[in-house]
Write a protein that binds this ligand. Structure first.
Ligand SMILES: Nc1nc2c(ncn2[C@@H]2O[C@H](COP(=O)(O)OP(=O)(O)OP(=O)(O)O)[C@@H](O)[C@H]2O)c(=O)[nH]1
Ligand SMILES: [Mg+2]
Length: 383
């Protein structure tokens, strides 16, 4: 029975291998699959230019073509620039994970028992997370035992392809489908919530959306001022109360104000660590309830911010927040300069949540849409 099952698996594997569309993908430009929010912006642009085209179709058509070509080449340059920045940001993660794998693969022509033992150790001590590492290793072992993977080069490609499959599930369009669309940013202290909110506000504002920020981290000294600085940078208004005020009351004010102003998006900042006696999850649950009271159906997105530097701890944090609040999407920050970026694979594999954006620096434009293919190519590129 077991043998028959195994044969079935192998049979499936061999037939899968023949399908060209399942072979590892070529590097893609980062603009390949834009998020829905970008598509909406593109739709709006299209609508504008079609009005002009009706007035003078020939001249404007030619102009539009030239402009489109300019825009295309600009986009190609931009995505090449972004890719090299992502690659630079991921260099320590690449050295730690893929570099160690390549060290094992170097000069080896075949996969023997010793090789597999070393591979298992590398996977288990990587930042991918224990569950994901075990699963990946079991898949490798299964294929090796049936000669479906015969040399280290094939194995490297197989791992790259499997990791890309995991990450691909996290690349989903973010549809801003309510007005106002209320986002509540949560996460433990110091992960980059406030910074991410500032960057997100700038992204939405650049798409022509009316954005409103809510400073509901009323606990930490200077938290409100920090969000105010970001609001100024992104040129968006902010709702605040005094330090020490009830954060749920700030949430209520923010949502009410977003409704009365006709804002498109309201983003609420929350504290990562609360003073003793107050349980963080209970406080966040209360804020969620109050937001819902102010606007039924809201918050539309509870966005969990995770810091890549925390490594496998990020997986535990994600589980904890998801259980308590029900998370809709993730942002993984500080992927620049960390060696632990591999944790994004474990988080995606275990949580099955969309990764909305990744943070690759401290500046306003350092928040990027998550593109699985770019990420994997940047990670597996040879140094
Ligand atoms: N290198 C790098 N630094 C980042 C990134 N995102 C945030 N930071 C930095 O991380 C630090 C903490 O960011 P905050 O936005 O204050 O984090 P927070 O989660 O709001 O922190 P609390 O309000 O204390 O819970 C700041 O110094 C940010 O500049 C990133 O993508 N890359
Ligand atoms: Mg903060």
């Amino acid at each position: 029975m077991e043998d028959k099952d195994k044969k079935g698996l192998v049979g499936r594997f061999f037939s899968r291998k023949k399908k060209p569309e399942e072979l590892p993908e070529k590097p893609l430009a980062s603009g390949d699959k834009p998020l829905a929010i970008e598509e909406n912006a593109a739709e709006a642009d299209k609508a504008d230019s079609s009005t002009v085209a009706q007035e003078s179709p020939v001249v404007n058509g030619a102009d539009r073509e030239t402009a489109a070509l300019d825009e295309d080449s600009q986009q190609v340059n931009e995505s090449a620039g972004l890719f090299s920045r992502l690659k630079k940001g991921l260099s320590k993660t690449r050295q730690r994970f893929v570099g160690t794998l390549d060290g094992l693969f170097y000069g080896k022509k075949e996969i023997d028992e010793e090789f597999l033992e070393q591979l298992e150790e590398i996977l288990l001590t990587s930042d991918l997370g224990v569950q994901t590492s075990y699963r990946l290793f079991a898949e490798v072992e299964e294929r090796v035992s049936h000669q479906a993977l015969e040399d280290p080069k094939q194995l490297r490609l197989f791992l790259q392809q499997e990791i890309q499959k995991i990450l691909q599930t996290a690349e989903q369009p973010w549809e801003i489908n309510h007005k106002p669309y209320v986002i509540m940013a949560v996460g433990v202290n110091g992960v980059g919530k406030t910074t991410t909110i500032g960057k997100l506000a700038a992204i939405f504002a650049a798409q022509g959306k009316e954005v409103l920020l809510g400073a509901a981290d009323t606990f930490r000294a200077a938290a409100i001022e920090q969000l105010e600085v970001w609001a100024e940078r992104a040129k968006v208004p902010i709702i605040r109360q005094k330090m020490g005020a009830d954060p749920a009351a700030v949430c209520f004010d923010t949502v009410q104000s977003a409704v009365s102003r006709g804002a498109d998006v309201a983003i609420i900042d929350t504290a990562g660590r609360l003073h003793t006696k107050v349980n963080l999850m209970d406080e966040l649950k209360k804020m969620k309830r109050v937001i819902e009271k102010a606007l039924p159906g809201a918050p539309h997105e509870i966005l969990l911010v995770l810091d890549a530097n925390t490594g496998q701890n990020a997986i535990n944090q994600a589980r904890m927040f998801h259980e308590a609040l029900g998370i809709n999407g993730l942002v993984m920050t500080k992927l620049d300069g960390t060696a632990k970026g591999g944790v994004i694979v474990g988080v995606c594999d275990e949580l099955k949540l969309p990764v909305r954006y990744i943070g690759i620096g401290e500046q306003l434009d350092d928040l990027r849409p998550f593109k699985a293919a770019d990420f994997v190519n940047a990670l597996f590129d040879r140094v």
